[in-house]
Write a protein that binds this ligand. Structure first.
Ligand SMILES: [Zn+2]
Length: 456
């Protein structure tokens, strides 16, 4: 009898406590200031944070050494260039779900620069800035990359927007200045002020790469390298390298030069990140009364001569193009990150403070320029990659290959792969990419396929 009373009394007490709490009103949802930084064009293996021998990222090393910060060098970018990758970061969706970034002058595509046309992010999916704006956030975007602009659809939901009008405009002090200017247009931090969602693209590591001056003790002096090109035409030097017609000594020197100016620019991106976070700390946006969370990643890497490739935005999803850093810290503890993670988890880390379980995979549209510029067939088919621990499966040029990254980190020894399940998954991913690029609404079969792949 006593036992029964006890059993009845306990839930009643819990219910009473719950009702008391309900009468007091639900606790106000936590609305931390949120800062999302994309280090454009920065690949993990060129960061001292990730074991690179040159001191390219002293600030990231310091940031990741702080108690409570979580960092990995094994995040995989969702795609191979700025537009599709940012579209994924801003919507939480993989490329076949939003379709942004398909190049060429198809109907619906927009001109993003001289000779650059692509499909913009349409308004079918809500963006982070829209979602946070509905939650009362002030939304600010500052971008050193001119492609992160209203034309590409990527600024949707941001009330304050400052973006460079050409690559290189916001290098040096340009970006911190644009940030200070943008922050002047929002309500400064106070107990009653709305929280801030700030997005910053730091494009220092993107072409054009400034030269290396004399006084740098870890690099030889170098001239600027920018690979200038006329609208719609390839740069002749890069063309001669990629087509293999360049003299071998000249090619080796070009790779060394490119590596040096790239590393110097990665260091400059790291320095800009330090300045950005210092501005936010001094302004009271981070480290003040209100909780905060900072997420830093990259949108894609860069081919620096490996396998005869240079540049990015092509469908060859090698590690130098996809493996990027992901760093998170804030005023509240962040759960441990899995060692290998989709960089798209940055969306979840911003919204919820924890990563969702997501498949680790990347998709890239066929290049509309490479086959014309360099070699028929080169980059003419879309690419897909799936990671599973040290195993990586890719579809390159329509061929399905497996790499063992533990045994073969340079991806030099591919194995032709015919195992049915993996082949079916890669083919389905490519079919979904193709369907999304057509701009047509998905058929019931495609919806079913997307569901089976975890998109919906
Ligand atoms: Zn980019």
């Amino acid at each position: 009898m006593t036992d029964l009373r006890l059993r009845l009394a306990l839930p009643a007490a819990l219910l009473a406590a719950a009702l008391t709490a309900a009468c007091a009103g639900p606790a106000a949802p936590e609305r931390p200031n949120l800062v999302f930084v994309v280090l454009d064009n920065v690949r993990s293996d060129r960061l001292s944070l990730c074991g690179y021998e040159r001191p390219t990222s002293p600030f990231l090393v310091q940031l990741c050494g702080r108690e409570g910060s979580r960092c990995t060098c094994d995040a995989q970018a969702p795609s191979s260039w700025t537009l599709p990758a940012h579209a994924s970061y801003f919507t939480g969706a993989e490329v076949p779900q939003h379709g942004a970034g398909k190049g060429g002058d198809d109907e619906g595509n927009v001109r993003l620069g001289p000779g650059t046309h692509a499909r913009p992010l349409d308004d079918a999916l809500p963006t982070l800035a829209e979602t946070l704006g509905e939650r009362g956030y002030q939304t600010v975007l500052v971008s050193g990359n001119p492609l992160v602009s209203p034309a590409s659809g990527l600024t949707r939901g941001f009330t304050t927007v400052r973006h460079a009008s050409f690559f290189g405009e916001f290098s040096g002090p340009g970006l911190p200045q644009a940030l200070e200017d943008a922050l002047e247009s929002v309500e400064p931090p106070s107990e009653s002020a709305a929280p801030l969602f700030l997005f910053v693209n730091i494009a220092n590591a993107h072409r054009p790469w400034p030269g290396v001056p004399e006084r740098v003790d870890w690099l030889p002096p170098r001239l600027m390298l920018s690979f200038p090109q006329k609208a719609g035409r390839p740069n002749p030097q890069r063309r001669s390298f990629i087509t293999g017609t360049m003299d071998p000594d000249e090619a080796a020197e070009l790779v060394a030069h490119l590596g040096d100016v790239y590393d110097f620019s990665v260091r400059s991106a790291d320095r800009t990140l330090r300045l950005v976070l210092r501005t936010l700390r001094e302004g009271g946006w981070i480290g003040g009364e209100r909780p905060f969370r900072v997420v830093v990643t990259s949108d894609h890497g860069e081919h620096l001569g490996e396998r005869g490739l240079m540049g990015h935005a092509d469908p060859y999803l090698y590690e130098e193009l996809t493996r990027v850093p992901l760093a998170v810290y804030g005023s509240a503890p962040i759960p441990e990150l899995p060692r290998q993670i989709a960089a798209l988890a940055s969306y979840d880390l911003l919204l919820d403070g924890r990563p969702r379980r997501r498949p680790v995979r990347a998709l890239a549209f066929a290049s509309d320029t490479w086959p014309r510029w360099y070699r028929p067939g080169l980059g003419s088919r879309p690419g897909a990659a799936i990671w599973n621990g040290s195993e990586k499966f890719v579809s390159h040029d329509g061929e399905i290959l497996r790499y063992d990254l533990a045994e073969d980190p340079g991806e030099l020894a591919p194995e032709r792969w015919t195992e049915e399940e993996t082949v079916a998954e890669l083919e389905a991913l490519l079919a979904a990419l193709e369907a999304s690029a057509s701009g047509e609404p998905p058929s019931p079969e495609m919806l079913e396929l997307l569901r089976s792949l975890g998109y919906l």
